[in-house]
Design a protein around this ligand. Sequence first.
Ligand code: COS
Length: 383
Amino acid sequence: MDLSLSDEQQAFRDLAREFLDREAVPHRTQWDRDEQVDLAIIPKMAEIGFFGLTIPEEYGGLGGDYLTYVLGMEELGRADSALRGIVSVSNGLFGKSVLGFGTEEQKQEWLPQIASGSALGCFGLTEPDTGSDAGNLTSRARRDGDSYVLNGQKLFITNGTWAKVALVFARTSDDGPRGVSAFLVPTDTPGFEAREVKGKLGLRGQATAELFLSDVRVPASALLGEEGQGFKIAMTTLDKGRVSVAAGCVGIVQGCLEESVAYATTRKQFGKPLAGFQLVQELISDMSVDADAARLLVWRCADLIERGLPFRTEASKAKLFASEAAVRAANNAIQVYGGAGYVDEYPAEKYLRDARVMTLYEGTSQIQKLLIGRAETGVNAFV
Ligand code: COS
């Protein structure tokens, strides 16, 4: 499916696909088995520009519009969602928070490092006891003279053990979501510890961590935005993060479609290719429709963002539809492959394992439905 892309957008998509087909696709199974991508790919990805997308050139980024960003995320999702997660969190959740709410000094300090891939960022919102209910997080930041002292625990933090800097959300007052503030915390600050979460179903190549903050002292200048603005920063950034997840899911659906077509047109049963069976065509047809529908929802968000228009509910719709479509498509791809789809020699089972978390993180499917329902009815089901 193609709507009108500019020459630059098309060129970036082609460059991204060619690079990932060469540098990631041949290795993704091994990285998945090893539970770690080869980190040597990070500087190579930075060279292509993945970490600098939408970061202005004055901060060392590639600049570029939001459609180019989602095209990049789609290609990453098609190749390996573990890589998409690394970029989405560093450039997206971390970088976009700093770009949107940082002081000039904070932008100068962190954005060039993020854009060049010399530093990865992570996003410390989720806690062991507050996942969906992010506004009730319990980590604390106490003002002490010219510093803040942070204590608490974070869970399921992508890039947590690799990041040079963490955006940590912590409570500066007891006033629910309004009492949350955001801090830029270098991960080598004494009292900051990251431990990797192993044994995940999918996204095994990326580092997911538990963060422990024990009397972590940062200067007052580490505050991002104003005291009490942290929840808004998190939510505003997550709106864009959800578009990024959705774009990655489009890539999963697209990958499932391409792999299924390739297999179904070559593998023979009953003397003819699988593609000759109507029930197999139905599986493939469903993937094709899902790919187009999810992509259109994502591109609509990119267009709204580019034009500075509200896109919060549209982001929830894109994330909800695309993540559920990714699970459907990966499941269907395994069905096309039959028994071969159940082993990691073929990509279908990895697509399914990676897709599964997309309906959970950055807001579960249920949270997206409640946000869409709230927008449609004006009734808040969270209270
Ligand atoms: N953009 C900007 N501001 C937002 C916002 C958004 N998308 N969503 C909420 N806010 C603001 C509200 O306007 C409100 O501000 P005021 O106090 O000035 O009125 C404040 O934040 C509180 O909003 P709300 O009442 O909606 O907060 P709730 O505690 O009800 O939380 C949900 C709402 C459940 C939607 C939120 O906690 C959420 O998205 N949870 C999922 C978290 C998530 O995605 N976690 C995964 C992280 S993986 S990195």
